[in-house]
Design a protein around this ligand. Structure first.
Ligand SMILES: NC(=O)c1ccc[n+]([C@@H]2O[C@H](COP(=O)([O-])OP(=O)(O)OC[C@H]3O[C@@H](n4cnc5c(N)ncnc54)[C@H](O)[C@@H]3O)[C@@H](O)[C@H]2O)c1
Length: 263
């Protein structure tokens, strides 16, 4: 047994972190979780006022936080995001690449612009962020990258049609494994979290459409636990994968879906 207890190894005291898409939903709950566990948190979002609101929530709770406006698809924005964290806190240990979008489209009607937009934000930007974060982490020989994938990267959830989304998230899973293998020698662990249906703005917006309203009962009957996740349901995995407790875990994915993928 080592010198630290398991609760000490789960602590993020003094760690520095960033969360993309931190201004809303799952990202916001990751920001609160990291802050509660002791980390300094950069709340990153394309929507600066959303990021500032979450930053203020954290500051009010006595945590250290900063808001950064970043479009994760922009190389110059992503470089500046990492620089800003390092300038402010001197390091970057934990990076949660979580920003993402969802669309429902019949594949036969989808435009290439729609396809590219989903792939750019959900997959290519995860690579871009990880690349820039890894440069800093490699210098210190230690880092934790946690990507938000989805149960939709494992299975095709129905009845909505979302081939671009499913494909982007399957890509995130394999990107995670590829980077984990490549960067293990640099001390960088790369893992992912795959949420099932989670009550956030992204899902609420989809459910407001006429198509969406008929969807909820169909979703619930396919979830063994018969409810959607709350963003808080995902926090334990976020802290585990960000902490020393997971130092031998890399290239892994944690599915948190109320059992959806078991059937
Ligand atoms: N909600 C679910 O049911 C669910 C399920 C599985 C996976 N996910 C994934 O979880 C992640 C977060 O989703 P959510 O439900 O919290 O959504 P959300 O819409 O509530 O939050 C997403 C955040 O990302 C930000 N964002 C979007 N594009 C961006 C860009 N180009 N640059 C920077 N920020 C950008 C948005 O402004 C928003 O604040 C996404 O990757 C999503 O695919 C969600």
């Amino acid at each position: 047994m080592g010198n630290k207890t398991i609760l000490e190894r789960l602590s993020l005291d003094g760690r520095t972190s960033l969360v993309t898409g931190g201004g809303s939903g799952i990202g916001r709950s990751f920001c609160h979780a990291l802050g509660e566990a002791g980390a300094k948190v950069a709340v990153v979002d394309i929507d600066l006022s959303a990021a500032e609101t979450v930053r203020d929530e954290l500051l009010t709770r006595g945590m250290q936080a900063v808001a950064i406006r970043t479009d994760v698809t922009s190389e110059s924005d992503v470089t500046a995001m990492v620089e800003r964290v390092v300038d402010k806190w001197g390091s970057l240990t934990i990076a949660m690449n979580n920003a993402g979008i969802g669309i429902w489209r019949d594949s036969i009607d989808m435009t290439m612009e729609e396809w590219q937009n989903v792939i750019n934000i959900n997959l290519s930007a995860v690579y871009l962020c990880a690349r820039e974060e890894a440069k800093v982490m490699a210098n210190s020989g230690y880092g934790k990258i946690v990507n938000t994938a989805s149960m939709s990267g494992h299975i095709v959830n129905t009845p909505q049609n979302q081939a671009a989304y499913n494909t982007s998230k399957a890509g995130v899973l394999h990107l995670t494994k590829s980077l984990a293998a490549e960067w293990a020698a640099k001390g960088i662990r790369v893992n992912s979290i795959s949420p099932g249906y989670t009550k956030t703005l992204l899902v609420e917006k989809l459910l407001e459409t006429p198509e969406g309203q008929s969807m909820l009962p169909k979703w619930l009957e396919k979830i063994p636990m018969n409810r959607m996740a709350t963003p808080e349901d995902l926090q334990g995995a976020a802290i585990y994968l960000s902490s020393e407790a997971s130092d031998y875990t890399t290239g892994s994915d944690i599915i948190i879906d109320g059992g959806y993928c078991t059937w």
